[in-house]
Each structure stands twice: as C-alpha cells, then as structure tokens.
Design a protein around this ligand. Structure first.
Ligand SMILES: Cc1cc2nc3c(=O)[nH]c(=O)nc-3n(C[C@H](O)[C@H](O)[C@H](O)COP(=O)(O)OP(=O)(O)OC[C@H]3O[C@@H](n4cnc5c(N)ncnc54)[C@H](O)[C@@H]3O)c2cc1C
Length: 388
C-alpha cells in the first residue's frame, strides 16, 4: 500500500528494507513470541545492511541519512510484519552522544555503534516510583575522584540484555538542592559488559508481547567520570533534545503497523465469503477499515511534517508529539478493524494478527503515554496552565 511511491524520496530504501524483511516471515516472529526470545538474526541483518546506523554521520562511519529516511526504514520494517522494537533504539539513543558528547566520546563510540560492534540500545530513564514524573527519579550518581558510584533502580529498560551500553539518566544533585527540578540530572554511558555482576543486575520482565524489557538494579556500580555525557546536571535537557526524533520514529513504526493491519484486513474482506458474498461488501465491515485508513493517512502526514521541520532545524515538538499520538491511535484502530474483520481467525496465532495487535498497543503508553502528549499540547501549544 504505497500510494505515495511516485513522490517518495525514500522509495529505494523502502524497497530494499522490504526485501530484507521478506526473509523474516510470520513463522519466525511467532516462534520468538512463543519463546520470548530475541530476534538476533533479524537485528544482525538490519545492522549489516547499515540501516541501524542510518542517522550516524558519514564521518563516524554511519549512513548520514536524514530522519525521514530512518522513519521510512522503521515504517517498512513494521508494514512488512516484522518488529523493529528489538533494535530501533540503536538508531536514535546515540543522538545524545552525537549532540552533547566530547570529540573523544564520539570517536570512541559512534563508529562502533554504526557497525553494530557496540550495541547502544538500552535507555535507562523510567523508575518504578517516579514513573512519568522523570525529574523525581531517585537513582543517584555520587562523584568520588575519577569515577561516579551509582545506586538505584530502573524499570522497563528495554533490550538491556541485548545491549553493550546503556544511556543512563541519574541524579547528581538532590532535587531539593536544585533551583529547578529539571536541574541536577546527568547522563552517563554505562558499559554494561564491565558492570554486569559488579554492581549491575538485570531482571527480565515478562510482558504481553515479546519486548525484552528489564528491571535494572544499581548497587555501588562504578562509572568512570569520563563516561559523563556533556555537563553534569544538564542531563534532563539532553534527554529532552532527543525525544522529538524518538517520537517521530516510533510514530513511523505505528504507521507501518497500521498499513500492515489495513492490508491484511482488506485482503481478507475481499476473499472471505459469508452469506454468498464477500464480507467486504458489507458497510459494517468496510467502514472501520476505511476509517482506520483515513486516520493512518492523517497521522502519516503529521509524521512527514514533523520530519520536515526536524530536518530544517526547526522546533518540531508540537508535530512530533501529535504524530506519535495520532499514529499510535491509528495503528490501534487498524488493529481493531483487522481483528474484527477476521472474526474468529483474528485470534488464531498463525494469522499473526493477534501478535501484532499486542505489539502495537504499547505505543499508546511508551515511550510516552497519550495523556502526557495531550498535556504537552495543552500547555506548550495552547498556552493552558501546567496541569502537573
Ligand atoms: C514494554 C515497555 C518498554 C519500555 N521501554 C522503556 C525503556 O527502554 N526505557 C525507559 O526509560 N522506559 C521505558 N518504558 C517506560 C515507559 O516510558 C513508561 O511506562 C511510560 O512513560 C509510563 O510511565 P509509568 O509506566 O510509570 O506510568 P505512570 O507514570 O505510573 O502513569 C500511569 C498512567 O497515569 C497517567 N498519568 C500519570 N500522570 C499523569 C498526569 N499528570 N496527567 C494525566 N495522566 C497521567 C499516565 O498517562 C499513565 O496512563 C517502557 C514501558 C513499557 C511498558
């Protein structure tokens, strides 16, 4: 379903990604889903093809592509029935190092992240007690000479078991001692290979979909001072800087999911005959699919506008947030229409619909929940009073 192929600057990339994904059909994902195991072969294929280094500048060994190209890659992964959640963060977490790291950090990490030799796909922000209220997080990094000693806990750190490095957000000054709650937080590159078993413990969380998320415990974990990214105390700002790109990329994935669901639903609605005619002849079956399609196209335009502004160096906070919300709602509407169109068969594992349905639901909660996006729009776009 590529209505815009003729004018799409990334048609070639989409085509190549589609071909790669053809080697990873439904049975591959079904087996992983049943065993809750990691799609190593798929991630290796994407890495070797250079897609996960799409946003890393060429001088550091990446492809140096614009955000819209990365969005096209992830959208196509999803519309092909695959699941980019296993590795999408390898594309964008490095943005914090790229924008705020020292030359030495960039030279040490980015070329290896581009080749996949180093996996930077764990992002330690959310904590069990503070949740969405990020500035209330409690993990603390105390400076002692040439290193920091980290104590605390994270939750929902995805891909931690399949990552070499973690970008960690921790307090370096107690909240009570800062003028603003957004101050006193710092970002660190944690080498998890060195830290595991030495103050770092991971505990996998089983979820309704195959997501490889973990609880993470820090018990006097040592992080060399040279692994601080940017200026101590300014980490929250650095994390915020990366969020627009993340939101647009996740939105692109939702667009891909929606396209996959809509294609499945329309194909089935044309073929399946009940009462002597295709079920797709009934408006009651057509309309939910048509509505989801309209929602998806509108969200897709918002993703494109967000990417355009991002690439032009303009502030795209409004578009990135709205794109993420609209796309996540569109993929859910499409999933709902797809299950309903398939009747009982929508629930059978071999159709992959129930799996995709479980996977796409996440995006209304993570990486940021719909309510928090609405709060952003209310406060920062409409000028309403801050609600929290
Ligand atoms: C599978 C999975 C993978 C994840 N991966 C990562 C990861 O890799 N790294 C990471 O750091 N985090 C990750 N997260 C965490 C995710 O970002 C959070 O779950 C999400 O931001 C919501 O936080 P919470 O779960 O603590 O919910 P809470 O903050 O407890 O919120 C619960 C509900 O209340 C609502 N709510 C809270 N405050 C308000 C308010 N002021 N106004 C209106 N509504 C409000 C929220 O919208 C939400 O619906 C992941 C989560 C999941 C489930």
């Amino acid at each position: 379903m590529d209505h815009t192929e003729a004018t799409d600057p990334h048609a070639e990339i989409r085509d190549a990604v589609r071909k790669l994904c053809a080697d990873f059909a439904g049975d591959y994902w079904r087996k992983l889903d049943q065993d809750r195991t990691y799609p190593t072969e798929f991630v290796t294929a994407l890495t070797e093809a250079g897609y996960l280094g799409a946003l890393i500048p060429e001088e550091y060994g990446g492809a140096g592509l614009p955000l819209s190209a990365a969005a096209a890659i992830l959208e196509t992964v999803q519309s092909s029935g695959c699941n980019g959640a296993a590795c999408h963060a390898q594309m964008y977490i490095m943005g914090t190092i790229l924008r705020h790291g020292t030359t030495a950090q960039k030279e040490a990490y980015l070329p290896k992240i581009a080749t996949g030799e180093l996996r930077l796909q764990a992002f330690g922000v959310t904590e069990p007690t503070s949740g969405t209220d990020t500035t209330s997080l409690r993990t603390f990094a105390r400076k002692e000479g040439d290193h920091y000693v980290v104590n605390g806990q994270k939750v929902w750190t995805s891909r931690a078991e399949h990552s070499d490095l973690m970008l960690l957000l921790a307090r370096t000054t107690p909240k009570e001692e800062t003028a603003k709650r957004t101050e006193g937080l710092s970002t660190f590159i944690v080498d998890m290979r060195a830290a595991l078993g030495h103050g770092l413990t991971l505990r996998p969380i089983r979820t309704m979909m195959n997501h490889n998320s973990c609880e993470v415990f820090f018990d006097n974990m040592i992080v060399p001072a040279e692994n601080l990214v940017g200026v101590e105390g300014r980490g929250f700002r650095y994390i915020l800087d990366g969020m627009n790109a993340e939101r647009l990329l996740i939105a692109a994935e939702c667009i891909g999911d929606a396209k996959w669901f809509i294609e499945k639903a329309t194909a089935y609605a044309r073929e399946r005959r009940v009462f002597g005619r295709p079920i797709g002849q009934n408006q009651g079956v057509q309309f939910p699919i048509a509505k989801a399609y309209a929602q998806m196209r509108a969200a897709e335009l918002m993703v494109r506008e967000g990417c355009r502004k991002f690439e032009a160096g303009e502030n795209c906070g409004e578009e990135a947030n709205m794109a993420k919300m609209l796309a996540a709602e569109a993929s859910w509407a499409a999933g709902e229409a797809c299950i309903q169109t398939h009747g009982g068969f929508g629930f059978a594992e071999e159709y992959d619909i129930e799996r995709k349905f479980r996977e796409t639901r996440l995006y209304q909660v993570a990486p940021i929940s719909t309510n928090l996006i609405l709060s952003y729009v209310a406060e920062h776009v409409l000028g309403l009073p801050r609600s929290y």
